[in-house]
Design a protein around this ligand. Structure first.
Ligand code: F6R
Length: 608
């Protein structure tokens, strides 16, 4: 979603801010802007890519200065126009502000400010906040920001500069991430560490309701009530190479191919094969609660929810504990019952998804033990949980989530074994499953070797506008994930569902040549899936089957087959999803879409 980068130091701010915006481009945005303090405020904004902003700046004189801020906007209030792009200003005092989040009471504040004589130039909630800070300014920017934020409800990460204080950058946060990078005599503030790591790896995240005043010589952290706080400085672990494309054309492609290495990292040091044990440092203090857990709720959105659904199946099947996966957004607002012994697991790549965070907090308030399955270390959800297990799959830059999905399924399998072994599972059974897990990365490598075949199969169908994805059991969520991937980046309409559900209505959609992707690997429901395949083919549908190596029979029953190695059924989604990721990728490339910047999408959704 929106991105913020701000700089104060001794270097020219403008190239640095542009570089920061480019690093955050993957997050999704529709317009960009920048302000530099050069005696007076100089502001430039453009609709479209950061490159458009750069082009505009090339023709603009000035913009020299060592204090500035910049933004990529993902529209919420008001359309995609230059007037709505950030930074927004208050001209009375000379303030420029960039903002991520939503000011919920902006309408009331706008009426108040209009009465005070302010004139608005945009439809945004952000401009209201800029004007409010201007209205409350009495010679101290930090105090004006604190006072304004005391009047605001909603979510925000902001950076603010003011013509009257040419040495000062003020930033604040509630509900939307923001981090201060500490360099030598310089500070880089950003909503995403990728915009910081090329300058410094020392940083601290702002906590909710915290405000930080930064000058070239130091910083001061406080709450909006002006109580001093001491931030926790940490070492950013992101390596710039990890966010470069290397030999690949797109981040999504790179991340699909990275899955074997990423999963080896996820599993490293966590499996004790001979004892059939799983070692999860983050959970060891809560082992008793987990053994005694009476119900597990897994909450997430999108791809993370699909992984959570597989977690639900594994927990019930292997750890024998009642489990349910839910849309975090629904769980949060449906007055859920949390009984004694309920454990909530928030599943999220970014650790910043607003709905997932809200669900977690709701569950915590109702007494649940709150665990996280998160990728981004130190993210908001990771910090809010009682304990958790990191994915360790490295930064995921592609907007369409791929390696985080397989990482989430792997971590949920680890948590399942952690509990199962302590509850009912024998050492032998656990060791068998551990061996299966350890073999998954090599097996994914074998699937990736079929990339050309997968592209050729996709090319045959990618002019069709409606696809079905069907699976059963553990691979019903995989079908949902396959359909989501195709929708997101190729803009083809796709529906995923349990294969049996097709007969209850969707079968009416099937006509001559409609592609239906079946996850038909060997497993408990194989025969049933084969019957569903026959039903589709009888109506003219073209079936692409993801099947188990060695299943030669299926070749006679379908139009195309993509083989995956055999694996324990519970772990099979980590393999069967890979051809679906590659199909979506190739369909998008063949149709000429920008895979890493899909329309309307944002990498992390920080508004509810
Ligand atoms: C799909 C995708 C989204 C995310 C969802 C949750 O490719 O990326 O559906 O999975 O927005 O995001 P996280 O995992 O960051 O909470």
């Amino acid at each position: 979603m929106c991105g913020i980068v701000a700089y104060v130091g001794s270097k020219q701010a403008r190239p640095l801010l542009i570089e920061g915006l480019k690093r955050m481009e993957y997050r999704g945005y529709d317009s960009a802007g920048l302000a530099v303090l050069n005696g007076k405020l100089e502001v430039c904004r453009a609709v479209g890519r950061v490159a458009m902003l750069e082009e505009k700046l090339e023709d603009a004189p000035g913009f020299e200065g060592t204090l500035g801020l910049a933004h990529t906007r993902w529209a919420t209030h008001g359309g995609v126009t230059e007037a709505n792009a950030h930074p927004h200003r208050d001209d009375k005092v000379g303030i420029a502000l960039v903002h991520n989040g939503i000011i919920e009471n902006y309408a009331v504040l706008k009426t108040y400010l209009k009465e005070k004589g302010h004139q608005f130039h945009s439809e945004t909630d952000t401009e209201v906040l800029a004007m409010l800070i201007g209205e409350l300014y009495e010679g101290d920017l930090e105090h004006a920001v604190q006072a304004a934020l005391r009047e605001v409800t909603g979510a925000y990460a902001i950076a603010v500069i003011c013509e009257r204080e040419p040495d000062t950058l003020v930033c604040a946060r509630k509900g939307s991430p923001l981090m201060v990078g500490i360099g030598a005599g310089e500070y880089v503030v950003a909503s995403d560490p990728s915009a910081i790591v090329s300058h410094t790896t020392q940083a601290f995240p702002l906590d909710d309701y915290n405000v930080v005043k930064i000058t070239r010589t130091g910083f001061r952290s406080s709450t909006v009530e002006n109580v001093s706080v001491t931030p926790k400085i940490m070492q950013l672990e992101m390596d710039l190479e990890q966010i470069d494309l290397g030999r690949f054309q797109h981040f999504m492609q790179k991340e699909i191919f990275e899955q074997p290495a990423a999963l080896r990292n996820t599993l490293r040091g966590r499996l004790q094969r001979t004892e059939g044990k799983v070692v999860l440092g983050g959970l060891s203090a809560y082992a008793k609660e987990l053994v005694r857990a009476r119900r597990i709720v897994l909450a997430g959105q999108g791809t993370a929810l699909h992984a959570a659904m597989i977690g639900e199946y594994m927990l019930e099947d292997l750890a024998k504990v009642p489990a349910v996966a839910e849309y975090a957004s629904e769980f949060r607002y449906r007055n859920p019952i949390i009984e004694d012994g309920t454990v909530v697991i928030a599943v999220s790549q970014s650790g910043e998804t607003a709905d997932t965070l809200a669900a977690l907090n709701e569950a915590k308030d109702r007494g649940a033990l709150a665990l996280g399955v998160i990728n981004v270390v130190g993210s908001t959800i990771a910090r809010e949980t009682d304990a958790g297990v990191y994915l360790r799959v490295g930064p995921e830059v592609g907007v369409a989530s791929t390696k985080a999905f397989t990482g989430q399924v792997a971590v949920l399998a680890l948590i399942t074994l952690f509990m199962a072994r302590r509850r009912f599972m024998s050492t032998e059974a656990s060791t068998r499953l551990i061996d299966e897990m350890l073999a998954v990365p090599d097996k994914i490598e074998r699937i990736c070797e079929q990339d050309t075949h997968i592209r050729d199969v996709t090319a045959k169908y990618c002019d069709r506008e409606n696809w079905l994805f069907l699976g059963r059991g553990y691979n019903y969520p995989t079908a949902l994930e396959g359909a989501l991937k195709l929708k997101e980046i190729s803009y083809i309409h796709a529906e995923g569902m349990p294969a049996a559900e097709m007969k209850h209505g969707p079968i009416a959609l099937i006509n001559e040549g409609m592609p239906a992707v079946f996850i038909a690997n060997k497993g408990r429901q194989y025969e049933k899936v084969m019957s569903n395949i026959a039903e589709v083919r009888a109506r003219g549908g073209h079936v692409i089957a993801v099947a188990t190596e060695g299943d030669t029979e299926i070749k006679k029953q379908v139009e195309d087959v993509i083989y995956v190695p055999d694996v324990a059924e519970q772990l099979s989604p980590m393999l069967t999803v890979v051809p679906l990721q590659l199909m979506a990728y190739h369909a998008a490339v063949i149709r000429g879409h920008d895979v890493d910047k899909p329309r309307n999408l944002a990498k992390s959704v920080t508004v509810e």
